[in-house]
Write a protein that binds this ligand. Structure first.
Ligand code: SAH
Length: 486
């Protein structure tokens, strides 16, 4: 992931188009002049931030009437045009000017009175601008594009809104309320810092919870007792590769992790969501490669969590599908480590979405089955239920099937499945490298051999797959979309 220039060169700040400052308006006078909807909303915004607002407008107009009715006396209407004398002593001034001459006059008067000024929609006359706001007061996020595109800023605001659950408001309030206590502990700077780090991790991990008195106690006690406290493990589904398929919970877990243990199946763009300070460790155990044994992974995970770390165990797809999650959960439970699971999009469902095909069908697919073609010994498991797998009214997703696809196809046909049944191979589903091959049960092993597929492959088999959009068509649509966006 690219870093901002200020991160690339420690100690230097990259040029800033504007300085974001957070201005306390409580009890201060703010002056608003003009007769537009814009001025009425600005008056309401300034009042929400605690200012005593005066609106200078010869008459009350509709939007102002609405805002006044809601303002509980914090907005005063002055029924005349503004005059330069009104600006004296104001903390800031906002006007909607009819023309440039009025904008200039208002700006000059504000400057003479030493008051920072904003003229609605006239950036050249402004000392300051209003950004887009994400409000979780006392937590406030302001967004500016320096006037380049307010619509772009609003889109970014919408994105940030989804990342900041409403519960952060309560955590920010708690931080405010608890601050004097933490300051009074006469603890060292390092300990106080650890308290707030722990607080931030709790807030990121449990945004929906109301922070309680016992959280406060635990926070202080844990910080005092320092690092010996127990951490936790979260098994997180990374999805098949496209980072947009991560859940919000997964993103939050990644952003509050101390350590991330991930499979080599996990795509790099997903890891870009990790907290920068988090330590990342690959614990891949890809078939037929020197690898980390499951017991080693369990032991590492448990010992990190026992040492107080918040461990994210990041697994491709969904953690509870062919991921040996059961053993990892059992290891945590045995060691008394709290363990949680965040689901992810499993490979079969990621692939189906790319094909825009329904895996179930009211007439010819009433059952959906996920099967592994990989036994403990690395062969086709000999206890598979062939009758179920050859059911013509089922859709089957085959995981880890590359090495044994020919044998699997033969056994399916021997068990009665029509060799003409549609079978689709999706390599690197949802990733940039994705490739899709349409075949049938009879031909799928041949296709696999011919194409020498290196990446993870999911095989989807069943009559329902006849509805899948051919890969060529998908490619054409993608290309057209890419061209339209360029
Ligand atoms: N927990 C994972 C599955 C792990 S088993 C999940 O829910 O998807 C590993 C197998 O998953 C691979 O051998 C392959 O069959 C399949 N797989 C995982 N990611 C894939 C991807 N992006 N494209 C195709 N198949 C994938």
């Amino acid at each position: 992931m690219s870093r901002t220039p200020s991160e690339a060169e420690p100690g230097r700040i990259a040029p800033l188009s504007v300085l974001p400052v957070f201005y306390r308006l409580g009890g201060k006078r703010a002056l608003v002049a003009g007769e537009s909807a814009g001025t009425a909303w600005k008056a309401e915004l300034l009042a929400a931030a605690g200012a005593a607002v005066e609106v200078y407008a010869p008459a009350v107009f509709d939007e102002l009437a609405e805002v006044l009715a809601r303002s509980e006396g914090r907005i005063r209407h002055v029924a005349r045009r503004w005059s330069p004398a009104d600006l004296a002593g104001a903390a800031l001034a906002v006007a909607d000017a009819a023309d440039e001459a009025e904008a200039q006059a208002f700006r000059d008067a504000a400057k003479a009175a030493g008051v920072p000024v904003n003229i609605v929609d006239r950036p050249a006359f402004c000392d300051f601008q209003f950004g887009s706001i994400v409000n979780r007061s006392p937590l406030v996020v302001g967004i500016s594009t320096d006037g380049a595109s307010p619509v772009f800023a609003q889109a970014i605001r919408a994105r940030i809104e989804t990342l900041l659950p409403d519960g952060f408001r309560r955590w920010a309030e708690a931080a405010k309320a608890w601050r004097p206590l933490v300051q009074s502990l006469s603890a060292s700077f390092a300990v106080r810092r650890r308290i707030w780090e722990r607080f931030a991790r709790e807030a990121l991990a449990r945004p929906g919870d109301e922070p309680t008195e016992s959280d406060r106690g635990a926070l202080v006690a844990a910080a005092a007792a320092d690092r010996s406290t127990v951490g936790s493990v979260v098994l997180v589904g990374a999805g098949p590769g496209d980072p947009e398929l991560l859940t919000l919970k997964a993103v939050r877990a990644l952003q509050s992790a101390d350590v991330i243990l991930h499979d080599d199946l996990v795509a790099e763009p997903v890891l870009d969501f990790a907290r920068r300070e988090a330590r990342r460790m690959v614990v891949g155990k890809r078939g037929r490669r020197p690898s980390c044994k499951q017991d080693d992974i369990n032991a590492l995970m448990v010992s990190l969590a026992a040492g107080g770390k918040r461990v994210v165990r990041l697994k491709g797809g969904d953690p509870l599908v062919f991921g040996r999650a059961g053993e990892e959960i059992a290891a945590c439970r045995a060691a008394g480590i709290p363990v949680e699971v965040v689901p992810g999009v499993t490979a079969a469902l990621g692939a189906a979405a790319r094909l825009a095909v329904s895996l179930t069908h009211r007439d010819h697919s009433r059952r959906l089955q996920f099967v592994t073609a990989h036994s403990r010994q690395g062969r086709l498991p000999d206890d598979l239920d062939w009758k179920a797998l050859a059911d013509p009214a089922a859709t089957t997703a085959v995981y880890m099937g590359k090495a044994v696809l020919g044998e699997l196809a033969q056994k399916l046909v021997a068990a009665g499945l029509d060799p003409a049944t549609p079978a689709i191979i999706v390599e690197y589903a949802t990733r940039a490298e994705e490739r899709i091959f349409h075949a049938s049960v009879g031909t799928m092993a041949g296709v696999l051999a011919e194409e020498a597929l290196e990446g993870p492959c999911i095989m989807l088999i069943g009559a329902a797959l006849a509805e899948a959009r051919p890969a060529e068509a998908a490619a054409i649509v993608e290309e057209a979309l890419a061209r339209a966006q360029a």
